[in-house]
Design a protein around this ligand. Structure first.
Ligand SMILES: Cc1cc2nc3c(=O)[nH]c(=O)nc-3n(C[C@H](O)[C@H](O)[C@H](O)COP(=O)(O)OP(=O)(O)OC[C@H]3O[C@@H](n4cnc5c(N)ncnc54)[C@H](O)[C@@H]3O)c2cc1C
Ligand code: FES
Length: 453
């Protein structure tokens, strides 16, 4: 399954790291966060090198829906209550600045990536929720309003919160152009980082600063990011003869649908769930049924899926990696809004490394820990215990050794639609042959695992 982005963009392959090198800044992971960070630092005069496990853009970035917006669901009303007006305003400003920065880079570098300004909408049925969000967002200085007319949706809703002057683009055309002048090694997974040195199978890189933009850090400790972030998957269909929208849409609830156009195509997204859970109902089929109902003349061009990291307070972790690791940095947990927040990360991490002040630090700091984190950790612990218990039971029943996640030993769930083994604990995934697809696991499945579905 290839996304529309991979169907319409070729990125030239880069060589594998086969020697020992030194650089000023090492970026681990060549998705949107990594490439933007590398670009910002190189532009600021730093010598930068990117190590990518597979191909650049081959992670979640090549499978996104690529809306660039500061409207992240109905987040601002909640932020006002949970983190206060000052931090909520910084979050809003950072993401608005990110949209502007995309536009500046695209103009300066003359990148052809189908970037277009669009309004974004969060639609819903609850008048109270939408009114509260529109009010909160406007109070924070965002270009927000409440709208009830001219919503291009295939079903009735009460209304929507609209943000003007947001944007959409082709993520891989952008990534490709931006990466052209960067030093990148592909097919070079980092398996160990010790102080200033990262290790791959055929070579090492020694750097003054190391940045982890690998979606979820693969080291368990320090930082324990695997326990502070869980993964959620969603599914997308690209349809011909769908509908022409007047902006980018997403539903307000957990199970809302996403709509945007790319040229003549309509991208219909939804069916989100925690990775490794709820695999019984066929997600693509459900989306196809809805497409047939809403757009009877539509024809599917391609379908794909992706997952993203969710944090306890709905805010990504961007900043210094952990206590005692002075020269390590991280950007992870993008909440399915990593186009704008990858840019926030790139600018914030650049400023950290250049020792410039940046007020956004107060919002995104990975050091933050609250009561919400505690209950999140308990809930996450519950998921892990469930995954581990299932494994013990299956072992006990001696039905053959079930596939077990090499990360921390949870039992994997077969995902029939995507033909993958998915881990409910921290979101690692493996293809039907047991090859690693997504971390935090670092290795493929052991050959002794029975891959009976
Ligand atoms: C269905 C869906 C739709 C979405 N739509 C939107 C949207 O419209 N707008 C929006 O803002 N966000 C959206 N998102 C979220 C957005 O796509 C992600 O937040 C973003 O792509 C994450 O970028 P990243 O660079 O962190 O991760 P990735 O793109 O996954 O990049 C991480 C890279 O690190 C590499 N890597 C991993 N481990 C190692 C290692 N050990 N050594 C070297 N390299 C390594 C991987 O191979 C990968 O290429 C969506 C998410 C989903 C699930
Ligand atoms: S991802 Fe942690 S146990 Fe599977």
């Amino acid at each position: 399954m290839h996304s529309l982005w991979w169907e319409t963009c070729k990125i030239q392959e880069r060589q594998t790291l086969e020697k020992d090198l030194e650089t000023q800044v090492l970026v681990i992971g060549g998705g949107m966060a990594g490439i933007l960070t590398a670009y910002q630092l190189q532009k600021s005069g730093k010598k930068v090198l990117v190590l990518e496990a597979n191909r650049i853009g081959s992670g979640q970035t090549g499978n996104t829906t690529a809306k660039i917006t500061s409207q992240h669901g109905l987040c601002y009303h909640g932020f006002l209550k949970k983190i206060g007006a000052e931090k909520a305003r910084l979050y809003a400003r950072g993401n608005q600045a990110a949209i502007q920065e995309y536009e500046n880079i695209i103009k300066t570098e003359q990148i052809s990536c189908d970037f277009e300004k669009q309004s974004s909408f969060v639609y819903g049925k609850s008048r109270a929720d939408l009114e509260a969000e529109a009010q909160a967002a406007a109070f924070l200085g965002l270009p927000a309003s409440l709208v009830r007319e001219n919503l291009t949706l295939p079903f009735p809703v009460w209304g929507a919160v609209k943000f003007q002057n947001q944007a959409q683009f082709h993520p891989l055309k952008f990534l490709h152009a931006l990466s052209e002048h960067l030093v990148i090694y592909e097919h070079s997974p980092v398996y160990k980082v010790e102080e200033n040195t990262a290790y791959t199978k055929y070579g090492t890189v020694k750097a003054e600063q190391i940045i982890f933009t690998c979606h979820i850090p693969f080291l368990n400790f320090p930082g324990a990011y695997f326990a502070r972030i869980h993964q959620e998957r969603s599914y997308v269909l690209a349809l011909e003869h769908g509908m022409k929208t007047n902006g980018m849409y997403i539903g307000s609830g957990e199970h809302g649908f996403s709509f945007r156009n790319y040229g003549p195509y309509l991208l219909l997204g939804g069916m989100g769930h925690r990775t490794g859970e709820d695999a019984s109902l066929p997600k693509y089929q459900q989306l196809r049924n809805l497409a047939a109902k809403w757009f009877p003349k539509s024809k599917e061009l391609c379908c794909w899926s992706a997952q993203d990291g969710i944090t306890s307070d709905g805010i990504p972790y961007i900043g210094p990696y952990a206590k005692g690791k002075q020269n390590w940095y991280v950007a992870a947990g993008f909440q399915k809004w990593g186009m704008s927040t990858s840019m926030v990360a790139a600018m914030l991490l650049r400023d950290f490394i250049l020792e410039r002040e940046n007020p956004w630090e107060a919002v995104f700091s990975p050091k933050r820990f609250s009561t919400a984190d505690l209950s999140f950790l308990c809930k996450e612990g519950g998921h892990s215990v469930k995954g581990l218990t299932r494994q013990l039971l299956a072992d006990f029943q001696k039905t053959g050794k079930p596939p077990v996640c090499p990360h921390l030993g949870c039992q994997l769930t077969w995902n029939p639609e995507e033909e993958s083994w998915d881990c409910p604990c921290h979101g690692s995934r493996f293809d039907k042959h047991g090859n690693l697809l997504n971390g935090p696991a670092q290795t493929s499945l052991s050959p002794s695992c029975s891959l009976k579905k």
